[in-house]
Design a protein around this ligand. Structure first.
Ligand code: ZN
Ligand code: ZN
Ligand code: ZN
Length: 145
């Protein structure tokens, strides 16, 4: 087309980049049903043709975590794992240690636990365990055979 040798005056500063990558990250997380590391999430985004940087993934995960939309699911090989959180309010996560599947559960004994700890120890519980680790039904079933 017009072959003007650009003098470099009009370089656009890529506005809204953060919002776009944040949405891409949130959508990728919503499709993941198992825990993932920032690196795995980044690989997934790259495979989908997204150009989100690993640093942005880390930063966005920290933001989403602070907002309660992502929950930390422990360490694997020194890397923090995360999983998406779709339920608001107090609830628990059941993380399978074998396949990484995460189930959100409203099964909760925190009130009873708090009462009992108060009675036995005079301890006032403010923050209990929100993530449980074990084997999902599929993995537990396979192990029997
Ligand atoms: Zn959750
Ligand atoms: Zn499993
Ligand atoms: Zn609870």
């Amino acid at each position: 087309m017009s072959g003007s040798a650009a003098t470099g005056s009009g370089v656009s500063p890529r506005p809204r980049r953060t919002t776009r990558s944040r949405r891409a990250i949130a959508e990728a997380i919503a499709r993941l049903e198992r825990s993932f590391s920032a690196r795995e999430l980044h690989d997934l985004l790259c495979a989908q043709g997204s150009s989100v940087g690993l640093t942005t993934v880390y930063r966005t995960l920290a933001l989403l975590s602070a907002e309660g939309r992502v929950r930390e699911a422990g360490l694997r090989d020194g890397e923090m794992l995360y999983n998406g959180c779709t339920v608001s309010g107090h609830h628990h996560h059941l993380v399978c240690e074998r396949c990484g599947t995460v189930e959100e559960s409203s099964v909760c004994r925190c009130d009873e636990l708090g009462l009992e700890l108060g009675e036995s120890h005079g301890f006032v519980l403010s923050h209990g365990v929100e993530t449980y680790y074990g084997l999902c039904a599929v993995c537990a079933g396979l192990e029997d055979r």
